[in-house]
Design a protein around this ligand. Structure first.
Ligand SMILES: Cc1ncc(COP(=O)(O)O)c(C=O)c1O
Length: 342
C-alpha cells in the first residue's frame, strides 16, 4: 500500500536516477581517500556552498557534533537556541563528545535576536567559561527562515569577539530557495555548516560538513574517531551528487505545496493554521477538537493511508516532500475534514 507520508521530509525514497547512479558508482576505500564518487561529492558540495572543503558524513547529527568538536575545547561555552536540533534532539551529545557547556537562549517565537546573543557572550573573567561558538539553524526547525542580514549581523558580532559560528543547515537549500538567494550567501556567514542530503533531497543517507581546509582536515580525523570512516561509500555519495545537482531544483515545489496545504486547511472549520510560519515545506496547525479526537487522529488517518506524527505543543506539523502531490494533499484535507465533523 502506498502511504501519503506527511511526518517529515526524511521519509523520501531515493529516486530511480539515484538508484541507477548508486548501482554503477565507481568506488574505493574512502578512508584512504580513494573513493572517486565521494571525492566528487565533497568537491561539489564545497564549491556549491562556497567553502574550501567538505566532508561526507553519515548523518546531520554527526555533522553538527563534529562541527562543535572542531570549534570547542572542554569547558568552553556554546550559545544556541533552546529550540534547536543540537540542543534538543542530539541526545546531549555535546556534553559527551565536546565536553562543552550549552547556553541555550529562548528567543521569542524562536527567531534569533542578535542583541540577546551579544548579551550572552561571556566577559573575560577567571570565573566564567570562554564563549567559543555560536550555533544557528537556517531554515529553523520550526519551518521559519533566518534572513541573510540577521546572519550577517550575528557572524560579524562573532568575528569581532573571536567566536566561531557553526550553522546547522540541515535544510539550508530550502532556506536558500525560499529566501531567493544563492546558498553561498547564507554559507558565507558561518565558519562551518552542515547540510543534509537525505531531507527533502531524497538521498537515502548522508550529510556534508563544509568549512576551511584546516577545519575539515580536523573534522575528518574526528569522523574516524567516532567510527564514521566509511569504506566504499561512493554508493551513497552517488545519490548525494544527484541530490545536489538535481533535487534542490524542485524544493520550491515542496514550498508551494506547503502553502497550498495551509490554505486548504485554513478553510476547514476548527483548524487554526500558522499561516505566516509556512515559509518552507512545513505547515503547523492546531485542531480545535477534544483531546480524544486529537489523540486518535494519527491512527485513524493511518487506516486511510495517511501518516502523520502525533500533535505537539504547536499542534500538528505536516511536511511536504518529493513524493507528495497536490492530489495527495486534497485527499488528506478531505479525509481530515471527515474526522473533524465526527
Ligand atoms: C534542523 C536539523 N538538524 C539536524 C538534523 C539531524 O539530521 P540526522 O537525522 O541526519 O542526524 C535534523 C534531522 O531532522 C534537523 O531537522
Amino acid at each position: 500500500m502506498r502511504y501519503i507520508d506527511l511526518r517529515s521530509d526524511t521519509v523520501t525514497q531515493p529516486t530511480q536516477q539515484m538508484r541507477e547512479a548508486m548501482y554503477t558508482a565507481a568506488v574505493g576505500d574512502d578512508v584512504y581517500g580513494d573513493d572517486p564518487t565521494v571525492n566528487r561529492l565533497e568537491e561539489l558540495g564545497a564549491s556549491m556552498l562556497g567553502k574550501e572543503a567538505a566532508l561526507f558524513l553519515p548523518s546531520g547529527t554527526m555533522a553538527n557534533q563534529i562541527g562543535v568538536m572542531c570549534h570547542t575545547s572542554r569547558g568552553d561555552e556554546v550559545i544556541l537556541s533552546a529550540d534547536c536540533h543540537i540542543f534538543v534532539h542530539e541526545v546531549g551529545a555535546v556534553a559527551v563528545l565536546s565536553g562543552a557547556n550549552l547556553r541555550a537562549l529562548s528567543f521569542p517565537g524562536g527567531i534569533y535576536d542578535p542583541a540577546m546573543i551579544e548579551q550572552a557572550i561571556r566577559p573575560q573573567d577567571i570565573h566564567q567559561p570562554r564563549t567559543a561558538l555560536i550555533c544557528l539553524e537556517n531554515a529553523l526547525g520550526n519551518g521559519r527562515l533566518v534572513p541573510v542580514e540577521v546572519m550577517e549581523e550575528i557572524y560579524s558580532l562573532a568575528g569581532q569577539r573571536g567566536i566561531a559560528l557553526h550553522l546547522d543547515g540541515a535544510r539550508v537549500f530550502n532556506a536558500a530557495a525560499a529566501l531567493g538567494v544563492d546558498v553561498k550567501e547564507i554559507a558565507k556567514n558561518c565558519d562551518t555548516l552542515s547540510c543534509c542530503l537525505s531531507k527533502g533531497l531524497a538521498a537515502p543517507v548522508g550529510s556534508l560538513l563544509a568549512g576551511d581546509q584546516a577545519t575539515i582536515a580536523k573534522a575528518r580525523k574526528y569522523r574516524k574517531m567516532l567510527g564514521g570512516g566509511m569504506r566504499q561509500c561512493g554508493i551513497l555519495a552517488a545519490a548525494g551528487i544527484i541530490a545536489l545537482e538535481e533535487m534542490i531544483k524542485r524544493l520550491p515545489a515542496d514550498h508551494d505545496n506547503a502553502k497550498y496545504l495551509a490554505k486548504r486547511l485554513a478553510e476547514l472549520e476548527g483548524v487554526e493554521v500558522e499561516a505566516d510560519s509556512v515559509q518552507i515545506n512545513m505547515v503547523f496547525c492546531k485542531l480545535n477538537r477534544s483531546p480524544e479526537i486529537i489523540e486518535a487522529l494519527p491512527a485513524k488517518l493511518l487506516e486511510k493511508g495517511i501518516k502523520i506524527n502525533e500533535g505537539g505543543q504547536r499542534g500538528f506539523r505536516f511536511v511536504t516532500s518529493n513524493e507528495i502531490a497536490r492530489e495527495d494533499l486534497d485527499y488528506f484535507v478531505d479525509t481530515l475534514a471527515d474526522f473533524m465533523v465526527k
